[in-house]
Design a protein around this ligand. Structure first.
Ligand code: GLN
Length: 339
């Protein structure tokens, strides 16, 4: 076994999913039970997102052995949006390593909205974490490539390897956001003023805007999540996309801040690392077990899919995924004999 960057043999702490039939059954039940909930509103600050059918709803679980279970609109495409942040971060972690990304990007929750400018000002220009826009833009700036075009290709290729298929850009979503993303441009300029972005900030925002407009399905998200659950090996293609250490670091940041200022509630209800996007997707990872991808466009006030959270909460409970859940200690054989 390899030593990690702290010189310690990394051990794992995971169980297994229940059998195939149980997972298949619970994915169908998660979809059925959550479908009746129509609360939340579709995002409209990116104009094109407001035109989506709000009733779309897909649920998918991908196991680390490559088995996939889907219900509802699991093959309908939508833009990945902020979920891309987790995977671009993983790629950058692989490139720069644990210490550098902790110092340059950060790992702490801001407690503020994903597009907060105040969070940057309150923290002396530090982007704080890679799951909010400031940290995500600073992270995209660290992707390999001599030009913005090369960085964009590196983002697209990397995310496609997580999904196990070539991901396409939705040019309509990209153009809609590019025409209305003054706030993200302001965030990038502010980071530049603090010396946190060394490249042309507007070119970096353009790459970031494209990365958010990559098209995925709930099935893709489940497989991307299962790759992070499987020590970085895509369970469908068998490709090693990132290292186990990168997966661990990425999941830690997702757990602390993947659902923005609702991350505490998410962890309390679901007990797993996850990442949401404003088009209505959420990816969730059960380390060593698999990934969950959900899609439903109505959002809570923080920008997280309402049905998606419900379906994931059900699956976490029904499949025994919550990383904080434990059963009472069973005495070992030797202890039993001596008592
Ligand atoms: N592209 C979106 C933005 O930067 C992503 C936000 C999100 O999904 N929360 O505003």
């Amino acid at each position: 076994m390899e030593l990690d960057s702290h010189g310690v043999e990394q051990q794992v702490s995971t169980g297994a999913l229940p059998g195939w039939d149980a997972v298949e059954h619970h994915v169908l039940v998660a979809h059925e039970r959550s479908r009746e909930h129509a609360d939340g509103v579709v995002a409209d600050y990116i104009p094109i997102l407001a035109t989506v059918d709000p009733e779309l709803f897909g649920v998918c679980v991908a196991e680390v052995d490559g088995e996939v279970h889907a219900a509802g609109d699991a093959d309908v495409s939508f833009s990945i949006q902020s979920i891309s942040k987790a995977f671009v971060y993983a790629l950058v972690c692989g490139r720069l390593g644990h210490e550098v990304v902790r110092e340059r990007i950060g790992v702490n929750n801001t407690g503020l909205a994903f597009n907060s400018v105040v969070a940057i000002e309150l923290n002396d220009g530090h982007p704080m974490n890679p799951m909010v826009n400031a940290g995500a833009i600073a992270t995209t700036a660290l992707m390999p490539g001599d030009t913005a075009e090369e960085q964009w290709q590196a983002v697209r290729d990397g995310l496609s390897r997580f999904a196990g298929r070539p991901l396409a850009l939705d040019t309509v979503v990209y153009e809609s956001e590019a025409a209305t993303n003054q706030r993200n441009r302001a965030i990038a300029r502010l980071l530049e003023s603090y010396g946190r972005i060394e490249l042309d900030p507007l070119a970096v925002v353009d790459v970031y805007t494209k990365q958010c407009a990559l098209l995925v399905t709930a099935r893709d998200l489940a497989i991307m999540g299962a790759t992070l659950a499987d020590g970085g090996i895509n369970p469908v293609t068998g490709e090693q996309v990132v290292s186990p250490e990168v997966c661990r670091d990425t999941l830690a940041v997702m757990a602390s801040t993947g659902l923005y200022e609702r991350s505490g509630e998410w962890l309390f209800e679901i007990g797993l690392p996850g990442k949401s996007g404003v088009a209505g997707g959420i990816v969730t990872i059960a380390p060593g077990k698999g990934g969950i991808g959900v899609f439903s466009p109505r959002l809570d006030p923080a920008g997280n899919s309402v049905r998606g959270q419900r379906a994931t909460a059900y699956l976490s409970r029904a499949l025994g995924l919550n990383t904080f859940a434990s059963a009472m200690h069973q005495p070992r054989a030797t202890e039993k004999e001596s008592s």
